[in-house]
Design a protein around this ligand. Sequence first.
Ligand SMILES: CC(C)(COP(=O)(O)OP(=O)(O)OC[C@H]1O[C@@H](n2cnc3c(N)ncnc32)[C@H](O)[C@@H]1OP(=O)(O)O)[C@@H](O)C(=O)NCCC(=O)NCCS
Length: 226
Amino acid sequence: MLLPPDPVLPAGYVMRPMQWSDLPEVHALEQRLFPLDAWPLSFFEEELAQVGPEHDGGTRAYRVITGPVPGRVPDHAFSGQNTPVVSALTTQGGGEAGAAEGEAGPAEGETGAGEGAGVVLGYCGLMCVPPLADVQTIAVVPEAEGLGLGTAMLQWMVAESARRRARDLLLEVRADNPRAQALYVRHGFEHIHTRAGYYPGDAAGGAPGAGNARVDALIMRRHLVG
Ligand SMILES: CC(C)(COP(=O)(O)OP(=O)(O)OC[C@H]1O[C@@H](n2cnc3c(N)ncnc32)[C@H](O)[C@@H]1OP(=O)(O)O)[C@@H](O)C(=O)NCCC(=O)NCCS
């Protein structure tokens, strides 16, 4: 299996398990980033309730990336001193296994200051029931697009799926989202199926569900073995 390289984040940015205390911030971002089909808060709550190590029955894994808002980034942040995600987790008392054990628990152990402090700029979620894993969600705020945060989260989900012994990682993307599709293709995903009219149409065509053309969902797959 060809795993992606370890995800690397710009200096000052940290990827860590999503906590219950992140939900208000994450849900606010969700409504902003997915105005047509945002998850209700209860979806996130149901997902986080299923987080945990696989040996304990956990089928979900969620991460957030926090850091300074670009535009207010100190000069040193992009001086070339990038932060490997693994060491970033380690500095928070985590590491992959430790982070999985503690994820989505109460906010204890969560970094509240220093490295890792900052606003939530991106989040992602994985469901893994081998042999299949699914990207449940991935999003980055527009202010932080193009920094590599989406790439880092995708690389983490590929590696985490493989670690949990999934054979394939699947995802679903709107047909009118070429940017996300390009990211997925670059990371080895192929289009395997189309779910016609799965998503609400563009708001420009009218209110969601009010007769405007619906948008296809593309199902994409990345093999993790062989
Ligand atoms: C799709 C998304 C997750 C990508 O996140 P991101 O953090 O911007 O991704 P990255 O910074 O890792 O960049 C990915 C690629 O896009 C390129 N890119 C960056 N900014 C770009 C822009 N404004 N326009 C086009 N391409 C851009 C980068 O150069 C990079 O290309 P590379 O892999 O060849 O280097 C993010 O745009 C997003 O959350 N969009 C809204 C929500 C969404 O569509 N989610 C996906 C649902 S399936």
